[in-house]
Design a protein around this ligand. Structure first.
Ligand SMILES: [Zn+2]
Length: 165
């Protein structure tokens, strides 16, 4: 969907989750975190990168990560999700959109991510050529409830705002 000619802001939401399995380390937002378990799934299972991609594509009306990078596509097996993010951002920018901001929440019972949140935001900002101040990454627990509370996996919610020219 091309960006409208008049000034416009659009928002998109992204959600992703992956199962936690041994061995680690844990990879989120392109940052490697020492931990006995890591995320498993297609590509490198970087749930933060995947949620951000879906938020950006959703805001631009360009579908989602599965449409841009089908699971059946061999080149993306084990792919670096920040490379997928760069490719997704190229589609969004080519359609005429500029980044307003991205805000993400990682839901996990462990490990503690406080020291890694700013580095994650910086990595994402670098990949899409944005100022780090436009990217926010937060973390919280699920208060011990459900599959997230039992530590079976990690989920990420992300929203993105895009500005038309
Ligand atoms: Zn994913």
């Amino acid at each position: 969907m091309p960006a409208p000619h008049q000034a416009a802001t659009r928002v998109g939401i992204g959600y992703d989750s992956h199962r936690l399995v041994e061995p680690g380390p844990l990879l989120l937002g392109g940052v490697t975190i020492p931990y006995p378990r890591g995320l498993t799934g297609h590509s490198d299972a970087d749930a933060l990168a995947h949620a951000v991609i879906d938020a950006l594509l959703g805001a631009a009306g360009l579908g989602n990560i599965g449409r841009l990078f089908p699971d059946t596509d061999e080149p993306w097996r084990g792919a670096d999700s920040l490379a997928l993010l760069a490719e997704a951002w190229r589609h969004v920018a080519d359609a005429g959109w500029r980044l307003g901001n991205i805000d993400a929440t990682i839901i996990t019972e462990g490990p503690r991510l406080g020291a890694y949140l700013d580095p994650m935001a910086t990595r994402i900002a670098d990949v899409i050529g944005a100022e780090a101040a436009r990217i926010s990454v937060k973390a919280k627990t699920n208060e011990g409830m459900g599959f997230l509370g039992r530590g079976e996996g990690i989920a990420v919610l992300a929203v993105a705002a895009l500005e038309g020219s």
